[in-house]
Design a protein around this ligand. Structure first.
Ligand code: KG4
Ligand code: ZN
Length: 334
């Protein structure tokens, strides 16, 4: 059987990315152009500016992905692109580029859901990983538990009622005066102290296994405001350690409860918050204790990247699913 080469394209938020993946499992190139430095001064991603910068970066990034993979457009069997969820003006840049390329080389265009892409990052790292398994997607926009029944069959089990976990990290970081993106900043400082404060004593696993982070976030914000009003010093490291411990503890406990309730003992982590060291260690510890197998991608595969999009696209390509026409549109709230 001959090899299948998928060109992946991702532009849903603030990373312009392109990659070439062989047979859904082997990364030949994975080029990421990040705009974090551009948006940092605004304290968050500015959609309009992000869209314009994707436009500048997209073709050079695709060229680099092909060159560093050592393949030409003629070798590509299909083009896979993120069409949602994400910022509409950003998604449209990737979708338009993918359509033009697929048309030019007369090869199929495959539409990919960003969240499913994050999960598929695990297929790149673990070549023997097979569904079914339970995935926790933790990112700036999502906190979802998904039952991956097959390579292209994803069933959402639960999500967040309000903030995503990454969003809660970013908002707590902002109130503490830490730079954007706040997640990694909190992560760094959390390692320098012990979790001594309990912000939200009634934060418990919900009956329907859904998440809610807004109560915890508000409790931290109130705690900080209170100290500031009284002109008392803030122990930033202690707040970071306590918030991380509480947020991540709740995230992990709900995930493990879902695994027990559904009887699935193969667990997969995905999304950029999967880079969080407290999450990685808490989840690893509990999985070891409960004898669950656990898969966590290396940090570069947790970031928004196009190799994960190519991997997810490969499995659809194999089954003749998710084929899109030149009328494909971006869907921001997919
Ligand atoms: O994947 P991503 O760009 O968002 C979506 O696709 O929705 O993830 C970005 C989010 C930000 O909220 C950032 O603060 C968070 O991931 N993040 C982290 C860490 N690294 C990134 N949160 C906690 N700990 C980290 N080490
Ligand atoms: Zn993402």
């Amino acid at each position: 059987m001959s090899d299948t080469y998928i060109l992946g394209i991702e532009s849903s938020c603030d990373e312009t990315a392109a990659a070439v993946v062989k047979n859904g499992r082997t990364i030949l190139s994975n080029i990421i152009s990040s705009q974090i430095d551009i948006h940092r001064r605004f304290g968050g991603v500015v959609p309009e500016i992000a869209g314009r910068n994707h436009l500048l970066a997209i073709m050079p990034v695709i060229d680099e992905a092909l060159t560093s993979a050592g393949v030409s457009l003629r070798d590509i069997d299909a083009v896979a692109v993120t069409y949602g969820a994400g910022l509409i003006g950003c998604l449209l840049v990737g979708v338009s580029a993918a359509k033009a390329l697929a048309y030019a080389i007369n090869k199929p265009l495959i539409k990919v859901n960003h969240i499913q892409g994050h999960i598929a990052a695990n297929f790149l790292q673990y070549e023997d990983l097979q569904p079914p398994f339970l995935a926790l997607v933790a990112s700036g926009g999502h906190t979802n538990i998904i039952h991956v029944k097959d390579y292209t069959v994803y069933e959402n089990i639960s999500g967040t009622m309000d903030d995503a976990i990454g969003e809660a990290f970013d908002k707590v970081a902002r109130i503490l005066g830490l730079p954007y993106p706040g997640g990694p900043e909190i992560d760094k400082r959390a390692k320098l102290a012990s979790p001594t404060i309990r912000f939200c004593p009634n934060l418990k696993i919900r009956d329907d296994l859904s998440y809610s982070f807004s109560g915890l976030k508000t409790a931290v914000v109130n705690y900080v405001h209170n100290l500031k009003q009284k002109n008392l010093p803030l122990n930033v490291e202690e707040i970071c350690a306590s918030f991380s411990d509480e947020a991540v503890g709740y995230l992990v406990e709900t995930f493990i409860s879902t695994a027990k309730r559904t009887g699935i003992n193969k667990l997969v982590l995905a999304g950029r918050v999967a880079a969080n060291s407290c999450l990685r260690s808490k989840l690893s510890d509990i999985c070891e204790k409960e004898l669950f197998s656990l898969f966590i991608p290396r940090p570069i595969l947790c970031t928004d990247n196009a190799a994960m999009i190519a991997a997810r696209g490969y499995f659809s390509f194999e089954k003749g699913e998710d084929l899109a026409g030149l009328d494909l549109n971006a869907v921001s709230n997919l």
